[in-house]
Design a protein around this ligand. Sequence first.
Ligand code: DGY
Length: 336
Amino acid sequence: MTRPTFLVTTPLPDPGMRMLEAAGEVVVPERALVADELGAACSTGNHDVVVAQLTDVFDEATLAAAAVRGISNYAVGYDNVDVAAATRRGILVCNTPGVLTAATADLAMLLILATARRCVEADAYLRSGQFRGWQPELLLGSDVTGATLGLVGFGRIARATAERALGFGMTVRYTARREVPDDELGPLAGRVRRVEFDELVRTSDFLSLHVPLTDDTHHLIDADALRAMKPTAYLINTSRGPIVDERALVDALRDGQIAGAGLDVYEQEPEVADGLAELPNATLLPHVGSATRSVRSTMARLCAANAIAMARGEMPEHPVNPEARLSSGTGHRARG
Ligand code: DGY
């Protein structure tokens, strides 16, 4: 039987590459492929599965001539892939859900605490030699305990953030399409309340975003939403940058419409909006929500396992479009 070929756009951490190399031939481009090159590489018929990063964009044009069985995304999010277009071509798309929930929730909590307590400013203050000893009003911040956390979206990561926030004595509210019944809430039962989006925006001390990026959530937090927030409130984003209108956010932070922001994701990564990096009331991290050694290694294992299953024509563990298998797509080359 022919060994499958994997196009790996960026090498995976251990044990990902070892698993792929044991299962087939691995092709790693010498440098990152730009859109046209990715489309061309997918259309050669030389690769069974693409092992991709969220920085690899598979839009309609890239997928137009794609001749691969599947795309195994090394991420839980898959907004870099036009899943509908992939499904039409019979191309399965996989992600790595579940394993980065705790790490990302930890980071949301870190951003809440760091932003409220001006951690980055305080660190810079000390390192620059300005610390002359304790002062009654040095670097005063805001309380986290007793504050209200508003979660936009109430999936796995939001719920894990809620558990942490309750441990810090916060009041937790969420907005989601449906009220989650207590019997689905486990340790959160009776301790969180669903409210409408507008009320959540108006009443939260910390508004934390936990929705996927879709047409509906693009710029969900725009100038109007920022104006509706309390002037003492903080915006926290560990989900996807384009959910926030970043230019409007810079204005809101600069004009004191809101107190601060803690961000791990940006609208045009790796760029950040003009002026954002100069604002002292913003805590800015470089998209590291899942960046622990063990999480990245587990993601690599899942990602490789998904890729290997697809290459063998089996249903992988984490397909986001299992229906692609039933589609009449033109997806994959015939193999000998
Ligand atoms: C994801 O998995 O979607 C994160 O953004 C990166 O780990």
